[in-house]
Design a protein around this ligand. Structure first.
Ligand code: ATP
Ligand code: FE2
Length: 330
């Protein structure tokens, strides 16, 4: 079984081809870099419409496969920006109908975790998924991936990006903040964990305020990272203690940050848990994660009916029954 997956939840268009043994046969993508400001949903959709056909043909060329050798088409059903999701689903439907092969829509967040497990030897981890659009602490319990904690407002990546734009550091903010943080020292910023959930908007506004007050940018960047990452690690640690799992997986674009990795790795070690992170090409949004989850779900359920391939903008991780997952202990 060979699956071609199409990803288009945000500003990256991705196509990947994966077989049922988990071999990633090809992975191609094209990112939209807005000239100024953040991502505009319509522009992201136009970007997908422009690139999906070329990326499908590039992915097949790289995998040395003809379209007739694809057995299944999968696509990201949500969560994400509506126009981009609809464009991606339309492309997947057209491909499925034109090659006369089945189609399946999958949850983007679960895709991140499954490709993370495939690319590392993690088996049943507590996962920290941190990106521009998502911040969730997820673990498998009783038949589904459960959300143990999540942001109540904006995602950590979005907070870093907005901070970057407001302070003239440019977009995306995350990598620049990481660089500047190396020479900073600590100043007080709001630390907001509510129960098991997180809030980053107050922290971001306070950081922008400090910048306008003339505080050194390096100090703000250092403190932004230390505060936000401690919040994320705290909730991940509590989920780890609660579930008694012994693996921690970091995924999503913010996983590029070395300080976050170090803090999470230290916490895992304190709990005698192993820390895992997939290669960066599988951390950010990509088509291979959509293809691989398509394979796993198709094995459990079979494909979707073409009339049921609607998108779900607020598709929650814990809405999906996941019988393909093997839990190590409960
Ligand atoms: P999703 O659709 O899953 O929300 P996304 O569109 O945000 O994904 P990703 O590639 O997963 O795309 O993540 C991009 C985010 O990662 C941006 O917010 C960016 O600032 C952040 N990022 C990238 N590198 C770093 C870094 N070194 N430190 C912190 N954040 C980073
Ligand atoms: Fe993502």
């Amino acid at each position: 079984m060979i699956c071609l997956g199409i990803e288009g939840t945000a500003e990256k268009t991705g196509v990947g081809i994966v077989d049922s043994d988990g071999n990633i046969l090809s992975l191609v993508g094209k990112q939209l870099f807005p000239e100024k400001g953040g991502i505009h949903p319509r522009e992201a959709a136009e970007h997908h419409a422009k690139w999906i056909p070329k990326l499908i043909s590039d992915a097949c060329d790289k995998a040395k496969l003809g379209l007739d050798e694809i057995d299944l088409v999968s696509f990201s059903k949500g969560p994400g920006l509506g126009p981009g999701l609809r464009t991606t689903a339309t492309a997947a439907r057209s491909l499925s109908l034109s090659i006369n092969k089945p189609i399946i829509g999958v949850n983007h967040c679960i895709g991140h975790i499954e490709i993370g497990k495939l690319d590392t030897s993690a088996n049943d981890p507590v996962s920290l998924y941190v990106s521009g659009g998502n911040s969730q602490i997820i673990a498998y319990e009783y038949g589904r991936y459960r959300v143990f904690g999540e942001t109540l407002d904006i995602a950590i990546g979005n907070a870093l990006d907005q901070f970057g734009r407001e302070t003239g550091l440019g977009h995306p903010g995350g990598p620049v903040v990481e660089k500047l943080a190396k020479n900073g020292s600590y100043i007080d910023l709001p630390y907001t964990v509510k129960g098991m959930d997180l809030s980053f908007s107050g922290l971001m506004s306070a950081a922008i305020r400090k910048y306008k007050e003339g505080i050194e940018i390096e100090d703000i960047c250092y403190s932004f990272q230390e505060t936000a990452f401690s919040m994320l690690v705290e909730v991940t640690e509590r989920a780890l203690s609660h579930t008694k799992k012994d693996e921690v997986l970091l995924c999503g674009g913010v996983a590029a940050n070395k300080r976050l990795r170090e803090m999470l790795d230290d916490m895992a070690e304190d709990h005698f848990a192993k820390f895992y992170m997939p290669k960066m090409e599988y951390c950010g949004d990509n088509g291979a994660m959509i293809a691989w989850l398509g394979i796993l779900m198709n094995k459990s359920y079979g494909p979707d009916k073409i009339g049921e391939t609607n998108v779900i903008q607020r598709f929650r991780t814990d809405e999906v029954d996941a019988p393909w997952v093997k839990q190590s202990k409960s």
